[in-house]
Design a protein around this ligand. Structure first.
Ligand SMILES: [Zn+2]
Length: 331
């Protein structure tokens, strides 16, 4: 087959998939957890596991697994296996034992992509977030929120910072503590360039598998480390590793003053991209919409290679890059 025929075939296949699964169509591979009425044993996608890495979880077969589009929560980061030591100390702030609302049905963030230019649809549970469950995932108007997840390997840092700087783009970084512990210079450079840095936990574990105290500790440990390195308090914005959360944990994180940031564009960027830097470029441009919150993993070489072009093209389309602290959670 020529490559044209091949892509045509792929396209057809793809459209079929999308149409085929109507409402759930674009669920993220990780989304079965959400879509199945009430699986409590986190139905993790068996094959397009967003968490491509050793995750110590039971894997159940996903129901519908649309190959493409949607976009998982995922993170390419090698998940560190919970170390017993990590949970040894009780969380410092955990003393206010105000009961935390919300049940523990596991969710995995996803969205349903629409035509280019249109804002995707979002899971129905977003409609039940209360004022005490502060979360944002899309904005409005000609603004794009580039969020860079640095919970995995840190690669092509020079290229990334240069691409952002040369294009006058400020990005939103969600960095895990273990990364800045081993590479404080990374954080210092990101901060020095004026980017927005938020809390992505200390060790990048799946919060649905942690106790409240462990969760508090993941967050406060990051805060302390951030302060130690930068001398400043971290911004009160948060991202759940892998996009895995439940209503209870959303409330818990909110009770610590944080707004959780999900997204309206993500990519299967934790695995090598077939067409190199073309893939992240197309993934992003084909889903560009008002208020777009883009999730990009720093650990993807192709992302880094495509970054400058993406920044230029988004601006050319009339969008301005913004920081997530101008997104308003529902009151
Ligand atoms: Zn992450």
């Amino acid at each position: 087959m020529t490559s044209i025929t091949k892509s045509a075939a792929l396209l057809i296949l793809l459209s079929a998939t999308l149409v085929g699964c109507a409402d759930k169509s674009l669920l993220s591979p990780a989304a079965e957890a959400v879509t199945t009425p009430s699986p409590q044993a986190t139905t993790k996608a068996a094959e397009p596991t967003p968490i491509s890495t050793p995750t110590p979880k039971p894997t159940t077969k996903p129901i519908a697994t649309p190959k493409q589009t949607v976009v998982p929560s995922a993170t390419p980061h090698p998940t560190t296996v919970p170390s017993p030591a990590a949970s040894a100390k009780p969380a410092t702030d955990a003393t206010k034992t105000k009961p935390i609302a919300g049940d523990k049905t596991p969710y995995s963030w996803y969205y349903m992509k629409k035509k280019t230019g249109q804002v995707p649809d979002f899971p129905k549970e977003t409609k039940s977030y209360t004022a005490d469950q502060k979360a944002v995932w899309v904005g409005t108007g000609k603004k794009v929120y580039l969020t860079i997840d640095a919970g995995g390997p840190l690669i092509e840092v020079d290229l990334m910072l240069k691409s952002l700087k040369e294009n006058g783009v400020k990005a939103n970084f969600f960095i895990s503590g273990n990364n800045i512990k081993s590479n404080p210079d990374y954080l210092k450079r990101v901060v020095a360039d004026g980017h927005f840095v938020a809390n992505h936990t200390m060790t990048h574990k799946d919060f649905n598998e942690l106790s409240d105290d462990q969760i508090r500790k993941e967050i406060t440990d990051f805060e302390a480390l951030y302060k130690k390195i930068t001398g400043k308090e971290v911004e009160k914005y948060f991202r759940f590793p892998y996009g895995h959360y439940n209503m209870h944990n959303l409330s818990l994180v909110s009770s610590m003053g944080y707004t959780s940031v999900f997204w309206s564009t993500a990519m299967r960027d934790w695995e090598p991209r077939e067409n190199g830097a073309e893939d992240p470029y197309n993934d992003i441009m084909n889903n560009l919409h008002d208020g777009n919150v883009i999730l990009m993993h720093q650990g993807s070489l192709e992302n880094m290679q495509a970054l400058a072009r993406i920044c230029k093209e988004i601006k050319k389309k009339g969008y301005e890059f913004a920081l997530v602290n101008d997104l308003q959670p529902k009151k």
